[in-house]
Design a protein around this ligand. Sequence first.
Ligand code: SF4
Length: 409
Amino acid sequence: MLVDTSIIRRRQSRQVMVGKVAIGGGAPVTVQSMTTTKTADVDGTLAQVYALAAAGADIVRITCDSEDAAVALTHVVPRSPVPIVADIHFQYRLALAALEAGVQKVRLNPGNIRKPEHIKAVASEARDRNVPIRIGVNAGSLDKELLERYGEPTPEALVESARREIDLFNEVGFDDIVISLKASSVPLMVGAYRSMAERVDYPLHLGVTEAGPLPGGLVKSSAGIGALLLEGIGDTIRFSLTADPVEEAKAGKLLLESLGLRERRGLDLIACPSCGRAEVDVISLAEEAQRRLEELGMKFQVAVMGCVVNGPGEARGADLGIAAGKEKGHLFIRGQVVRVVPESEIVDALIEEAERLRDEGFEARLAEADADAAALAERTRAERLAVDVDPNHTSEHAERARDIASGDE
Ligand code: SF4
């Protein structure tokens, strides 16, 4: 069954509680990331958990790969600002230890914990403690028998791996389950999630595993996770990047914001890609504007546009923007040019306007707009459009192109 959420009709899944954070059942899609510290380093791990939470992570996963790690979790979990998931591979006893440590969720890999009695022991303990488990199927560590049967990781093989685990969980009366079917191949993971979404109503945790370093990792993850979210599939997401995990949390948050699945909580700086018309260095201008506006904690949508010809019109939806032209910056608010400043003062003026908008509001600022600014911007725009495109007049092609452009031919 599908339910309406803005333009995305989300698949209706059952709800699972990870501590106080809901996954599925119509709850907002959550962002996850994973620490890279040694878990036994309690202070270092906690510092990273806080950094991830500040960057947008709602839930953080921590490896529980040793006895020391399990003990460390007893110190990390009570001090964490967000629910903690213990990541378990190979040793089911570490899952039991993590549950004892108080984690709010466990991730099991069905590819490397295969004895039914071990799986059921963990599920029983989780059931008694009301703690959910994510069945984390991974194409790279698929159960050997399934790999032999299917010849290679396929959507069907990933789905079957999860289904076997679900059956074992259900045998002990446990169904507080989240499922992930990750692969480094985007088409493979998309196919597997689509198939799973049709078969069960458990919430789905989306990810492209081992997506790699930036920018390829971002592209693959955004393609796979974004495609599924647009289809309404997915209740929680993780970008698996070969980068500082803070980048994963930021990327997850930004993806949800860009799809309209999460309210924007910070600055949204849009900038034109620049082109031959640009009259300033758009890249450095945008970077400086972003840094200074973020330092101020601004939550507007701000546009940095390379020229006055198209800038204000293209960024009409932005709260505040700047468009360059004839060594000047044309400041606009929601598409209306309100002030013109020298090029050297562009960023300072942008910051000043942002502060005024924050303090005085849009209506007051628009009421005080410089009446001459819009006319000046329009004159600059007209002049720019009239500029000769080939001042050297050296080629026949240029002459001919000019004739065509001026309508002489
Ligand atoms: S705003 Fe101007 S400079 Fe930027 S891409 Fe558009 S036309 Fe080019």
